[in-house]
Design a protein around this ligand. Structure first.
Ligand SMILES: Nc1nc2c(ncn2[C@@H]2O[C@H](COP(=O)(O)OP(=O)(O)OP(=O)(O)O)[C@@H](O)[C@H]2O)c(=O)[nH]1
Length: 361
């Protein structure tokens, strides 16, 4: 029987929607030093696609079901860790050198930390080796001020990684730095472009210590302990009353231009309310999935995956704030040229002189 020599370190990788968590993890997981790491991915919304987007060398990626780690699936996290331990001890799998948990972009890390730290059996076998929080240099300032989850993610961090510094103006980056130093003066701040951000050492921070954080972190942990998590049970697709997560699905699309035009119009008309769009697109006559990403009004270059797992199908996850699902769905249907009562066809929409976006295909 295998006896782990010491508690297994757990790194929590967090950061608001689209901050670049999967991108960073993909880069780190290429390092052989993380070959024996187990990665637990949690997604918000009814359709999980992150397991397709994060690739590790082993089969060590565990996807938690729908719902946010800080709310409905906390029990599942504990069960997953307990199961992992059991499989190591009974030698069904090789020992795991580290557990990396990628939270949803909307996760409040405090209940996640507490779930691990306050569970006697889990705390005996795993230790929190720190919280690494990613903050997007383009959207970060706005996000920190508008979404409490983002501010909490930054405040509990042992290490803050500023992403997308290649896209942001230096002044915007400096402003963001100031906000972060105010929220969390003791955390080390790393630019994602710094070579140090590409090595597994980024995940190693030493023991998580609430006492070294902004005073509110200790208060949050205490409040969370007292609440016992009961206030967190709610609809998995509605984190707060303003936020909606939903999926848009379709078969194969005739051309990538359809999805690009849809993304551009959505971003141009509703970018301030579009927290996240991501998904895989199936194209006619093409066997490689197209991966699309958007964060607010920024549309990222589409990429390709090598192959489909299962039947090819277009699946997009959309997360909005104060924007009704029906508005997005109508627009999607229009770009798919699906007929509907009172729905303009795509040509009419693109020809509308009042359109805020004059994209043509
Ligand atoms: N230019 C640039 N793009 C980046 C950087 N980091 C991430 N991206 C892009 O930003 C988009 C979102 O990145 P992800 O890694 O999927 O973000 P995430 O935090 O995992 O997203 P969620 O899990 O949905 O919250 C993708 O298109 C990435 O290619 C960066 O440093 N520079």
């Amino acid at each position: 029987m295998y006896n782990p020599p010491a508690p297994i370190p757990v790194s929590i990788v967090t950061g608001f929607l689209g901050a670049g968590k999967s991108t960073l993890l993909n880069r780190l997981l290429k390092d052989p030093a993380l070959n024996d790491a187990a990665v637990i991915i949690n997604e918000f919304g009814e359709v999980g696609i992150d397991h397709l987007l994060v690739q590790s060398s082993g089969d060590s990626i565990i996807e938690l079901s729908n719902g946010c780690l800080c709310c409905t699936v906390r029990g599942e996290l504990i069960d997953t860790l307990a199961d992992l331990l059991d499989r190591i001890q009974t030698e069904k799998i090789k020992p795991v050198s580290r557990v990396i948990i990628e939270t949803t972009g909307l996760a409040d890390p405090v209940p996640v930390l507490l779930a691990i730290m306050a569970h006697p059996a889990i705390a005996a076998s795993f230790r929190i080796d720190g919280v690494v929080t990613l903050v997007d240099a383009l959207a970060g300032r706005e996000t920190l001020s508008r979404h409490e989850e983002a501010a909490r993610q930054a405040a509990v961090a042992d290490r803050l990684v500023i992403t997308k510094t290649d896209l942001a103006k230096p002044e915007a980056r400096d402003e963001l730095l100031k906000s972060l130093e105010g929220l969390n003066p003791l955390a080390e701040i790393v630019d994602v472009a710094d070579p140090a951000a590409s090595t597994p050492a980024l995940l190693v921070t030493g023991l998580f210590d609430a006492a070294r954080k902004n005073a509110s972190v200790g208060e949050w942990l205490t409040a969370e302990k007292q609440a016992g998590g009961h206030h967190h049970h709610h609809d998995v697709n509605r984190h707060d009353a303003h936020i909606r997560a939903f999926a848009l699905t379709a078969g194969r699309l005739a051309s990538p231009a359809i999805i690009q035009a849809f993304q551009h119009r959505l971003a141009a008309e509703h970018g301030d309310k579009l927290l996240r769009l991501k998904g895989v697109v199936a194209l006619a006559g093409d066997d490689r999935p197209l991966v699309v990403h958007g964060v607010r009004d920024t549309i990222y270059p589409a990429t390709r995956l090598e192959a489909w797992e299962g039947e090819p199908a277009t699946r997009l996850v959309v997360i909005t704030s104060d924007l009704a699902e029906a508005v997005v769905r109508e627009l999607f249907e229009t770009y798919l040229d699906r007929p509907g009562i009172d729905r303009p066809d795509r040509a009419a929409l693109d020809d509308n002189p009042l359109s805020t976006f004059g994209f043509r295909y």
